[in-house]
Design a protein around this ligand. Structure first.
Ligand code: BGP
Length: 471
């Protein structure tokens, strides 16, 4: 299909950007906040702890003012569960309730719509120690937390996201710092039982949101990206379908249709990992109904059929970065058509458009992008500038593809790249920067934490001002 004319983005398009609590706030064990698994995990080597991060906790007014200066229509941030409930359940921390209330008020004062993620990788440590999501009780623990959020912020927050990247928690939880499988006999059995509980918690929360806040909208926020077959060999296509189901469709089929994806079910049968499903569970799953699909997109993946190569050959072909291969199901390979970031992440704007098309044709719900962006070692010049042309290029190419997807009939509500401001990366410390706003600190030297506008800040300001016409 040749597109000669792109459509304009909708007038009320939600331009903004994203952060998450544990990566941006700092003050991680003060002001009444309890530890989450992010605070107790072993830090990736060479990276600083989470006690300061970007110090958003103390700079939120300045930071939101800068977002307003860029013209943000929305700001996606997450609530730290343990700032609200230090133990995950039980006693509420009034200071935590007040902090997010103030953040929300500050957004509204600047006409920025708060887009709130309830859970972004930071399970309360107290609950984790009891077994985390493996326990049935975790479902209602989450719903209890959600109810507190709806009660306290539902008068002002219209857009809610349930769980950030539940698929990544399931697929690569160890790398995120949330998975501990020591002594677990069948890792898949545990992972997909945890996953079942998260899916139940999400469905119940979406239902509760609609009951308590009839004017609010809520959706899941997985990381969705299309999987390509390594070649047009029919078996490679089957392998790509396998991984698409395991990585992507399991999560959205359940959120939208309330049913297990059949390819995933087969995979779980083969792994002896069918989760325990209690009577009534599938009715709960079917009662959720998201209003939209939020998704994070960084890059596509490419897979081949696993044809029983020798271990050496498999290692040669396997994608070192993602390392996501499943014997007999799919084998990840590098896509030689794509360039990579300086951190080795493939860059694929057209895959972004393909992902929109695929999600929309499967689910027919409005979509909002809640993460997309490029991590780099940005440098602050002596006169306080950051020339991040590479980031501008990356974002421009991705926004062009949103416009094409919209012109093809995909409903897109908004775009929130990662990240609004520099923050601590999940794996690579604070020196891997994503923000439009530079935070003056190094990995271990906190400097003065002053904020500087990067070149991308001024560029994005223009993009928003022209509703994406000027890229
Ligand atoms: C996503 C997470 C974010 C963020 C981002 C970038 O998976 O939702 O929290 O960390 O990836 O990844 P990284 O920080 O590893 O560069």
């Amino acid at each position: 299909m040749i597109i000669t004319k792109t459509h304009k983005l909708p007038e009320n398009f939600l331009w903004g950007a994203s952060t998450s609590a544990y990566q941006v706030e700092g003050e991680n064990l003060t002001h009444g906040k309890g530890p989450s698994v992010q605070d107790t995990k072993e830090l990736p080597p060479g990276t600083s702890g989470l006690d300061v991060c970007a110090d958003f906790y103390n700079h939120y007014k300045e930071d939101i003012a800068l977002m307003a200066e860029m013209g943000f229509k929305t700001f996606r941030f997450s609530v730290a569960w343990t700032r609200i409930l230090p133990q995950g359940t039980g006693e509420v921390n009034p200071e935590g309730i007040k902090f997010y209330s103030d953040v929300i008020d500050e957004c509204i004062r600047h006409n920025i719509e708060p887009l709130v993620t309830m859970f972004h990788f930071d399970l309360p440590d107290a609950l984790d120690k009891k077994g985390g999501w493996s326990r049935r009780e975790s479902v209602d623990e989450f719903v209890n937390f959600a109810r507190i959020l709806f009660e306290n912020y539902g008068d002002r927050v219209k857009y809610w996201l349930t769980i950030n990247e539940q698929n990544m928690l399931t697929l690569v939880g160890e790398a995120i710092g949330t998975g501990n499988y020591a002594g677990v006999e069948n890792k898949y059995k545990k992972l997909y039982q945890d996953n079942h509980h998260m899916l139940l918690a999400q469905a119940k929360t979406m239902k509760l949101c609609h009951e308590m806040l009839p004017n609010a909208k809520i959706g899941p926020a997985p990381n969705i990206s299309l999987i390509y077959p390594a070649s047009c060999k029919p078996k490679d296509v089957l392998a790509a379908q396998n991984f698409n189901a395991i990585r992507n469709w399991l999560y959205l089929d359940m959120a939208v249709f309330g049913r297990y994806n059949n390819l995933v079910w087969k995979f779980l049968e083969e792994q002896d990992a069918i989760p325990e499903i209690l009577p009534g569970d599938m009715e709960i799953m079917a009662s959720g109904h998201p209003d939209f699909i939020a998704f994070n997109y960084y890059n596509t993946s490419t897979v081949a059929w696993d044809d029983g190569l020798s271990p050496e050959e498999t290692a040669r072909k396997a994608d070192q970065q993602a390392g996501q291969s499943e014997p007999g199901v799919f084998l990840s390979v590098r896509n030689e058509n794509l360039t990579t970031t300086e951190f080795g992440w493939e860059i694929d704007p057209e895959g972004f458009r393909a992902t929109f098309r695929e999600i929309y044709s499967r689910y027919h719900l409005p979509m909002i992008v809640t993460e997309n962006g490029l991590g780099a070692y940005d440098k602050l010049t002596e006169d306080g500038k950051v020339h991040d042309q590479y980031r501008i290029e990356y974002l421009r190419k991705h926004i062009e593809q949103i416009k094409l997807a919209v012109s093809e009939g995909c409903e897109v509500m908004g775009y929130c790249p990662w990240s609004a401001i520099d923050l601590v990366s999940t794996h690579e410390g604070i020196v891997k920067r994503y923000g439009f706003i530079y935070v003056n600190r190094d990995e271990f030297d906190l400097k003065d934490l002053a904020r500087y506008r990067k070149d991308s800040f001024y560029w994005y300001q223009k993009v928003i001002e022209t509703n994406g016409e000027e890229l």
